[in-house]
Design a protein around this ligand. Structure first.
Ligand SMILES: Nc1ncnc2c1ncn2[C@@H]1O[C@H](COP(=O)(O)OP(=O)(O)OP(=O)(O)O)[C@@H](O)[C@H]1O
Ligand SMILES: Nc1ccn([C@@H]2O[C@H](COP(=O)(O)O)[C@@H](O)[C@H]2O)c(=O)n1
Length: 417
């Protein structure tokens, strides 16, 4: 453990630290020596004189263990910390260095609570792959310093906390590929296989995969995917298209995974996204079979998996998304490409009205779509940026019958049906 940490802190002062405040990241860095006048970074601007701050960064060599620990740590801290302790998401990364992201939490403790909090943190650091730092303020309140807890009191290096520029990329973008968005079946399967002991259901999921998948094989009949946020009318349209075109209707995740979906929805992003990624390949196997007999309509596919994953991994405004044309919006090379992807778009008020009138249970992400306007905008924009194939937007606000007619026009034009 100590060796692992020493390697990690070798480039400590080239790291940037990011703390989430009101849904957007604020950045700071550390230096061995202060040059010029001290400027307290704005993360510390509201911290009272006697308060102390701490950071915990998860630094497990094994990403499944690390992600699960990071996921559980929030609940653990929320139950153990004394009331009034501020708890925010934080991360640390080396700008532009892929894979350098470490995730964790930033705590702000009220005066008088420090010894209790330090006991909790010491215990956590001793038993888990976590790196703890504490932050303290100079007498005149002008300067914050950071020190690494794993170093013994006498060897403790004090780093000066300094403001840091907003990086070119949102920190999460550095670790997105094959963590949030999987670009091959192999990568997604590797994550699920690693979970076999802790989530026995993964074995049953992996057994559903077809023995072979050839993404280059062109289906005999067109494959049309219908995408969109929840309650935009996908079920209504896909069922009508099935009847109008004499098509087969499939969905992703496929029906055969329904029993295990709830289990994976409770897991951290790495495992949850790997589950949905594998679901797309199982659906691709079903498409291959059915598209030799009839057109196939698919209710959600790769666009949904990637768009929700990207929009959840980053926070804040649209400008925090990976830029248009970025690698993360590419279609995976080993996944069947549909002939057409239709994205149903709907005014947020009408979508809410439809949700209310339907009144079904919602997933956490669907709840988030309702409450967090920025999250909804990020999902919609990520949908639009995905290419290979890109989606064709269709206004879903007219009557169900009119939406069907418009969809049929698009399908006939593109797929010559
Ligand atoms: N064009 C339309 N005009 C008015 N209401 C519609 C239209 N299309 C669907 N609806 C209604 O809106 C609600 C949501 O539709 P639907 O279940 O088809 O959406 P969905 O995109 O499949 O949702 P989810 O992704 O959450 O399953 C339903 O009550 C449905 O009857
Ligand atoms: N291909 C897919 C399909 C769905 N998801 C995730 O599921 C949620 C929406 O699904 P509904 O059945 O409720 O419409 C959404 O939160 C996605 O994260 C996916 O990732 N890939």
């Amino acid at each position: 453990m100590a060796r692992h940490l020493k390697l990690l802190v070798q480039r400590w002062s080239s790291r940037v630290f990011s703390v989430e405040v009101d849904g957007a990241p604020r950045y700071f860095g550390v230096r061995e020596q202060l040059r010029g006048e001290p400027v307290p970074p704005d993360v510390f601007s509201e911290v009272q004189k006697q308060d102390r701050c701490y950071s915990l960064l998860v630094c497990s060599g094994d990403r499944v263990t690390g992600d699960r620990f990071h996921w559980e740590l929030r609940d653990r801290l929320q139950t153990q910390l004394p009331p009034g302790s501020g708890l925010r998401s934080m991360s640390s990364f080396i700008p532009d260095q892929k894979g350098s992201l470490l995730k964790g939490y930033f705590l702000q403790s009220r005066a008088g609570n420090s010894s209790l909090i330090e006991d909790i943190l010491t215990d956590l650091e001793q038993r888990n792959p976590v790196l703890v730092c504490s932050y303290s303020q100079s007498e005149d309140g002008q300067q914050w310093t950071q020190c690494l807890w794993y170093q013994s009191e006498e060897n403790r290096v004090r780093f000066c906390v300094v403001p840091s520029e907003t990086p070119k990329h949102h920190p999460s973008v550095l670790n997105m590929i094959n963590s949030d968005v999987f670009y091959s079946l192999q990568e997604a399967c590797d994550v699920l296989k690693q979970c076999g002991d802790i989530i026995p259901e993964t074995r049953s999921v992996l057994e559903m995969l077809p023995s072979s998948l050839d993404a280059r094989r062109k289906p005999d009949f067109p494959v049309i995917v219908i995408e969109g946020l929840d309650a935009t009318g996908k079920t209504t349209l896909t069922e009508s298209l099935r009847d109008s075109l004499g098509a087969t209707l499939l969905r992703s995740p496929p029906q055969c995974l329904s029993a295990w979906r709830g289990r994976f929805d409770r897991e951290p992003p790495l495992i949850r996204r790997a589950f949905y990624a594998v679901g797309n390949y199982i659906t691709a196997g079903q498409i291959n079979q059915e598209a030799s007999k009839s057109p196939v309509i698919v209710d959600r596919f790769w666009h949904s998996t990637a768009a929700y994953a990207i929009a959840t991994a980053v926070t804040g405004p649209l400008s925090n998304l990976p830029h248009e044309g970025a690698e993360v919006y590419r279609w995976p090379g080993d996944l069947l490409q549909p002939s057409l992807v239709i994205l149903l778009t709907l005014d947020p008020e009408e979508r809410k009205r439809r949700l209310r009138s339907r009144g079904l249970m919602k997933t956490d992400e669907e709840e988030e779509l309702d409450h967090n306007k920025l999250f909804r905008l990020r999902v919609e924009e990520a949908y639009r940026r995905i290419v290979g194939p890109a989606c064709t937007a269709l206004d879903a606000s007219p009557s169900a019958d009119l939406v069907l007619q418009q969809a049929l026009l698009l399908i006939r034009a593109k797929c010559h049906l």
